[in-house]
Design a protein around this ligand. Structure first.
Ligand code: PMV
Length: 311
């Protein structure tokens, strides 16, 4: 049997991280320049995995690969297919633990490719369920936002597991910057839950303000109101700081983005490290903001142009 493959891409959360865990809305953007491909071939070996981290039988894979291994075994189990004779190879690069959705993208690419190798094209709902199974291994209690957004071709509105495509006439340019530090999604989500239990009124108020910005941001995107969207991003960063999910390096880079002329900047994803997202008015502004972020210590930067958000 010929090799079959499937891909998924990275994502960034424009607004709504953390609040989405409590049923609030979120907006995610696809990052098509960072993709990951899973390829499956038939072999006469036991179930096999081939990645930069590990190459060998799935049964002996290190704990780091628990989520991709779960994607493989859960997909085979869902299809009632035998657990032998497949080699799964993972290529491409989405930096891990940076809030870019790498774990969901790996799981999505693997599940789609493994199913395809069994002659099955998973529909969106079946793929979502399998990615969520793997994400629960990686993250505990994922909202499902990553699982949806790494296979969405366009900007996406998400609420309580449901998605809506956001057609884009938006003209601003986004800058993603990697702090170079691993994020701490699981710990950050747990800490917000503990804070909310201890101070329900205060934390509930912060989450409600994040929700309001996210809802209005979908309108800003549609109306191409870059100034308003930038302001919402900046204010949301302050709200996320109040939830204790920022970090000194994220705050430093957010300030550097603003100083370089960004319309707004915030952490993106789980926080405590990982990436930030800034909005610039034009391509030239974005290039300047990205250079300033690297000068201020960002390890890498990527630009998201308007065309990248549409299908
Ligand atoms: O760090 P990431 O990209 O996995 O994003 C986490 C987003 C949270 O809202 C903090 C958690 C979730 O499950 O949605």
């Amino acid at each position: 049997v010929a090799q079959v493959s499937a891909s998924a891409h990275a994502k960034v959360i424009l607004l709504g991280e953390h609040a989405v865990v409590y049923g609030g809305p979120a907006v995610a953007l696809p990052v098509h320049s960072l993709t990951l491909t899973a390829s499956v071939t038939r072999t006469d070996r036991p179930l096999w995995i081939d990645s930069v981290l590990y190459r060998g039988p799935v049964a002996a894979a290190p704990a780091q690969l628990n989520a991709p291994v779960t994607a493989i075994t859960a997909t085979l189990a869902a299809l009632g297919a035998p657990h032998a004779g497949l080699a799964v190879r993972i290529d491409g690069e989405i930096p891990a633990e940076r809030g870019l959705g790498s774990s969901a993208a790996v799981a999505a690419a693997i599940s789609a490719a493994v199913a395809r190798s069994c002659g099955v094209e998973l529909d969106e709902q079946a793929l979502f369920a399998l990615v969520q199974t793997a994400e629960r291994v990686a993250h505990g209690n994922p909202s499902g936002l990553d699982a949806r957004s790494v296979v969405s071709e366009t900007a996406m509105w998400f609420r309580a597991g449901q998605v809506r495509r956001l057609g884009s006439t938006f003209g601003g340019v986004f800058v993603i910057a990697d702090t170079g530090q691993t994020g701490g999604t699981r710990g950050a989500v747990a800490d917000v839950a503990a804070l909310k239990a201890a101070e329900p009124a205060r934390i509930g108020g912060i989450l409600a303000r994040i929700d309001a910005h996210t809802t209005a941001a979908a309108r800003d995107l549609a109306a191409d109101d870059r100034v308003s969207l930038g302001r919402r991003m900046a204010e949301t960063h302050e709200l996320l700081r109040a939830l204790t999910v920022s970090s000194p390096q994220l705050d430093h880079l957010v300030a550097a983005a603003h100083a370089a002329g960004a319309l707004g900047a915030k952490l993106t994803g789980g926080g405590r490290g990982g990436c930030l997202l800034a909005l610039a008015d034009t391509d030239a502004d974005a290039t300047r903001v990205a250079a300033a972020l690297r000068a201020a210590g960002a390890e890498r930067t990527w630009l998201l142009h308007p065309g990248d958000l549409a299908a």
